[in-house]
Design a protein. Structure first.
Length: 276
């Protein structure tokens, strides 16, 4: 007999590694003198004033060279404003990032996370160009994890469906077309709660974590929307097809039914199914 029990701590290595890295960086910063920690923020946090030559802070930020203009689109995600901020992000990444990492695999998951973190920073830059407040945290990438997980966890066979496989096969259920997914009550409720929470962040000035650093809700929105757009491009699982009209489904069935007598005896092996 084989032991089918799951380990108590079961999360993808990529997610665990990122959380350990976030924590190690935060612990390391806690031992730095205040001036040294400020220099870390100036070098690695995302600061919109870095890109505005008219800003009174531009010359000071430019003294760090051109590199931070590039790498801070990603490096800001590895810094956190406090222990509460780090804890909340770690829990959310375990919950949603794990689902996406099981489905995507390590390489695609890290690429997806990096691109959506950059998209969150770019969104914040567009709306707060020239402002000096540093932006830190992995929330934009985690928002993208939420958007991606939303595409497959609620549907039939997915991890949160009633009829699901009790192993990792549930994370490989074909994703529904976005139009069909957005008609699901679970997804409608999830979107309402998610956007409502971020509206609350906006109205409260982004200070709900109780930490000093600014957790920009605009970056959350940018990451979430980027996650929706990138999911079908990086998803390795073939997607579920949805006919655009009932007559399309009838026509497809008719083509399959009549293909045999006219395919030279090749049957289905001689036909390819277009990828939706």
């Amino acid at each position: 007999m084989t032991d089918r029990r799951e380990p108590i701590f079961n999360a993808p290595a990529a997610v665990v590694t990122l959380i350990v890295l976030f924590t190690a960086i935060h612990i390391g910063r806690s031992f730095l003198p205040e001036e040294a920690d400020l220099e870390v923020l100036l070098r690695f946090a995302f600061i919109p004033a870095r890109y505005d030559e008219a800003s009174q802070y531009f010359s000071e930020l430019a003294s760090f060279g051109a590199g931070p203009k590039i790498w801070t689109f990603l490096s800001y995600a590895f810094l956190h404003g406090g222990w509460t901020h780090l804890l909340v992000n770690s829990i959310c990444m375990l919950a949603f990032g794990s689902a996406v990492a099981w489905r995507f695999g390590t390489g695609r998951f890290l690429l997806f996370s990096g691109l959506t973190a950059a998209a969150g920073a770019a969104t914040h830059l567009a709306l707060h160009f020239g402002q000096p407040t540093p932006v830190v945290g992995a929330s934009a990438a985690i928002s993208a994890h939420m958007a991606a997980a939303m595409r497959f966890v609620f549907q039939a066979g997915g991890p949160l469906s009633a009829l699901r496989s009790h192993d990792r096969a549930a994370f490989s259920a074909p994703a529904e077309p976005i139009g069909k997914a957005l008609r699901r009550p679970q997804i409608i409720g999830f979107l309402a709660a998610w956007f409502g929470a971020n509206l609350l962040f906006g109205l409260s000035g982004g200070a709900l974590t109780g930490d000093d650093a600014n957790v920009a809700w605009e970056a959350h929105i940018g990451g979430f929307l980027a996650g929706l757009l990138l999911f079908p491009l990086l998803d390795p699982t073939p997607r579920e097809r949805e006919p655009s009209a009932p007559e399309d489904a009838w026509a497809e069935t008719l083509r399959q039914d009549v293909a045999g007598p006219h395919d030279g005896g090749r049957g289905d092996r001689g036909r390819s199914t277009p990828d939706n």
